[in-house]
Design a protein around this ligand. Sequence first.
Ligand code: DX5
Ligand code: ZN
Length: 221
Amino acid sequence: MRDYLIAPSILSADFARLGEEVDAVLAAGADVVHFDVMDNHFVPNLTIGPMVCQALRDYGITAPIDVHLMVQPVDAIVPQFAKAGASIITFHPEASTHIDRTLQLIRDQGCKAGLVFNPATPLHYLDYVMDKVDIILLMSVNPGFGGQSFIPSTLDKLREVRARIDQSGRDIILEVDGGVKTDNIRAIADAGADMFVAGSAIFNQPDYSQVIRQMRDELAQ
Ligand code: DX5
Ligand code: ZN
């Protein structure tokens, strides 16, 4: 069995109590904190930036922080997030003029680098950069909001990317983001995902550990 990582998206957390929320979800068994950055330009919503990432580090959060950039342009914000304590930085290839350079920039800043694919974004962006990505994130909803339904065609896309990763022989994490719930996580894992972002499925329930335990039970089957 592969190692599976559960990454709650803090987009659905109570921002007025963000430190406590992140503590609670980690205590409930989460592996990674998924941090959604939206700029009201690349996506039609506005969220949080490096200051909030730094605030979580200052609060004492030591778990990996997975920064999902939904911003355009990308490069200027990368060093700021690295300095603020990001562990992983992923970006959408359509948002970067020089994809290879941006991937390199992220690694040069000491973070793991990844590309994010919207539901209709083709996989050819991977063609010449498999040696420069540590993580590939497939969006299973159109980015911008939590609480949307999983788009089923993502399963085929996951299988395609899983095959490409296996063929490359590289240690690349396959992450999925959007509409992940306890009742579809098993099918998503079967299609090849290793890392599961879940926002509303976790934060909209009163007992975070119960949801995460259910997800792990599904993954253990
Ligand atoms: C959407 C974000 C997701 C979102 C997932 O643009 O990238 O991370 O928070 O939320 P759920 O799990 O509710 O679909
Ligand atoms: Zn996300």
